[in-house]
Design a binder for this molecule. Structure first.
Ligand SMILES: Cc1cc2nc3c(=O)[nH]c(=O)nc-3n(C[C@H](O)[C@H](O)[C@H](O)COP(=O)(O)OP(=O)(O)OC[C@H]3O[C@@H](n4cnc5c(N)ncnc54)[C@H](O)[C@@H]3O)c2cc1C
Length: 580
């Protein structure tokens, strides 16, 4: 494993966050590496989405829940609801890559994706990972067949980002056989459809949270009206109120007091799959944008002949390539990690996934924001029609917004991913900074080269080194105060750098591994788009990390490592569009 510096990364697989310290040509898993079986499942799902789901979009969006339920039953027949479920409970016991394929293909219809991912993701996975034998036998086979539907209920009116502030109470009855639950959950995806809720409450006066499986038919469970939302109109979102609901002790998930860990660990995979769903969403957007721009004529020519439209299409294509690169890279990391633990050891599986919590947050943030940008570009390409309900461009835009809000807002995910990174490497960064700083002063300025891979690798390596130096600088100056609310601007900048480095690293690694010409152009487009932003952000961090009068000296030292070179965008875009 080629390393950039001395932090010990020797491990059978890369440690979470270690991409920062590795040479940018490391071997990663890519969408080209899918197995025959994975491709077959993908093709089956493509057919299913095209023939069964998309034609039902109007009815799904009109909240005809029977349509959604029937589609879930059909997915059950296809066997894909049990991708992440062990075989003894009726599942397929397949890998996270296949789970990503499911999310990607579902992403072609935002509302339906939301329903299925809340059901088999954050609704069902807590039972797979933390349920006991009896709970697994009771719930999993019915979820896998699509006969029952799950939901995840954490949020309350006073507890959103601050999930620990929930006030739903669980009191153990005197006979010790059940807990009595009171409280109100809001914004529950699948609220109306669900047969059970993975619901989080505080036991007695505990500060800690406990997870319960609350069944819809328990007396005292009341489902509120559908929320009037901006998007994902065909996904049910309601409140769930609990009035003296008796929940048998057998329905405690995991241990009493373990709920927060269950809630957060469930979200790691949820965030990763949300990114994969954004890939499908963006593919659908690209397909529609391209079709429209080829058919629509103005000034007697199709609008796709205008460079301005071409630029938008190229940007969508490049962002899709970036999303795909990081989603499948992360899938590969998760699969490797999970394959190293004993089959059936759920807690070890959870720990293995946790190793890449930072990457899961990165995927969630970048994919959701790129998907949103793509949706905006699609509306623009559609002109006035983009604003009309007759076309789906406006729906994609409305649907794309929620991905930046749920499963932890993107701001919260930015804070989390930096925390993960610093927890692993924080102290190492300070000492490495000193060493690297000395090396940096002897680095000669970047030399122009016609070798594309060499150029991109050098640019990325330089950006990584500067990021390591700068984050060491920030750690030294702020120390533990970095986590204070008042210093969040610095953390957000660190997060943006980490996110952008992961995208560029993943995109370049895909190209280096498979050397497809079209990927070279898309990678270069991403570098052209992102590298200047990255360089600006590390410079901003230098200002934050230096004493007032010293940052200019620091600039002079690290500048030789920053080597953004503008592209000839006219030529580059033409090359990209040749492959459409
Ligand atoms: C359609 C929909 C479906 C949902 N589905 C579910 C579901 O199935 N289950 C479930 O439990 N929840 C669900 N949610 C809830 C969702 O996860 C929360 O809305 C989200 O976590 C944000 O919480 P909040 O709305 O209370 O916003 P707040 O926490 O009030 O945040 C408001 C703003 O402040 C920022 N902010 C808050 N705290 C900080 C901080 N410490 N530092 C910096 N910025 C901060 C946020 O980033 C945000 O920009 C859903 C929400 C929606 C809209």
């Amino acid at each position: 494993m080629a390393k950039l510096l001395g932090i010990n990364l020797d491990h059978s697989r890369p440690k979470g966050g270690s991409f920062i310290f590795l040479k940018p040509d490391s071997d990663i898993f890519t969408a080209y590496d899918l197995t025959e079986d994975q491709r077959m499942i993908r093709d089956t799902l493509k057919d299913f989405m095209a023939n069964e789901v998309l034609p039902q979009t109007v009815r799904i969006e009109s909240k005809e829940w029977d349509v959604t339920r029937n589609l879930l039953l059909k997915l059950g027949e296809l066997g894909v609801l049990g991708i992440e479920v062990p075989e003894q409970y009726g599942g397929q016991n397949l890998d996270k890559t296949t789970a990503a394929i499911l999310a990607e293909e579902l992403g072609w219809q935002g509302s339906f994706a939301c329903t299925v991912l809340a059901d088999t993701g954050i609704g069902m996975l807590p039972i797979v990972l933390f349920g006991n034998e009896e709970q697994k036998n009771r719930f999993l086979p019915s979820i896998v067949s699509g006969k029952i539907i799950g939901a995840y209920s954490l949020t309350e009116s006073g507890a959103g980002s601050d999930a620990k502030a929930i006030t739903t109470k669980a009191v153990l009855r005197e006979d010790g056989r059940a807990y009595q639950l009171n409280g109100e959950k809001i914004f529950v995806t699948n609220g109306r459809l669900a047969d059970f809720y993975i619901l989080f409450a505080k036991v007695g006066d505990d500060r800690e949270i406990t997870a319960f499986i609350v069944e819809r038919e328990f007396p005292g469970v009341e489902v509120g009206n559908e929320e009037h939302k901006m998007g994902i109109l065909g996904s049910s979102t309601t409140s769930v109120s609990l009035f003296n609901v008796s929940v048998p002790v057998e329905n405690i998930l995991g241990r009493v007091g373990e709920g927060f860990s269950i809630a957060m660990n469930t979200l790691n995979l949820g965030r990763f799959k949300l990114g994969a769903a954004c890939l499908g969403g963006s593919r659908q957007i690209f397909y529609e944008a391209l079709k429209y721009s080829r058919e629509r004529k103005q000034f007697q020519v199709p609008i796709d002949t205008f460079g301005s439209i071409r630029k938008k299409l190229c940007q969508i294509a490049a962002l899709i390539y970036g999303i795909e690169s990081m989603v499948y890279r992360t899938a590969g990391l998760l699969d490797k990690a999970v394959s190293e633990v004993d089959l059936g050891n759920s807690r070890a599986t959870m720990e293995a996934i946790r190793e890449y919590a930072g990457e899961c947050s990165i995927v969630k943030v970048w994919c959701s924001e790129s998907n949103y940008q793509n949706a905006v570009a699609n509306v623009e390409i559609h002109g006035g029609n983009g604003f009309m309900k007759d076309y789906s461009a406006e729906r994609h835009l409305r649907d794309s917004v929620i991905n930046m809000i749920f499963e932890g807002t993107n701001s919260i995910n930015r804070l989390l991913l930096v925390k993960e990174f610093l927890k692993k490497f924080g102290m190492g960064l300070i000492s490495e900074k000193e060493k690297m700083w000395k090396e940096t002063t002897s680095v000669s300025p970047f030399e122009a080269t016609n070798d594309v891979v060499l150029r991109l690798c050098t640019q990325l390596e330089g950006a990584k080194k500067v990021f390591i130096i700068v984050s060491g600088l920030i750690m030294k100056k702020f120390g533990f105060t970095l986590s204070e609310n008042d210093n969040q601007e610095a953390v957000i900048l660190l997060a943006d750098c980490l996110i952008n480095l992961y995208v560029l690293d993943s995109a370049l690694a895909v190209y280096v591994k498979h050397r497809k010409e079209k990927d070279q152009y898309l990678t270069r487009y991403l570098f052209h788009l992102i590298l200047p932003v990255l360089e600006r952000d590390v410079m901003s961090l230098v200002v934050l990390g230096s004493e007032a009068d010293q940052y200019r000296d620091a600039f002079a030292d690290i500048r030789p490592l920053l080597s953004y070179e503008p592209e000839n965008v006219l030529n580059l875009n033409k090359k990209i569009t040749e492959n459409f």
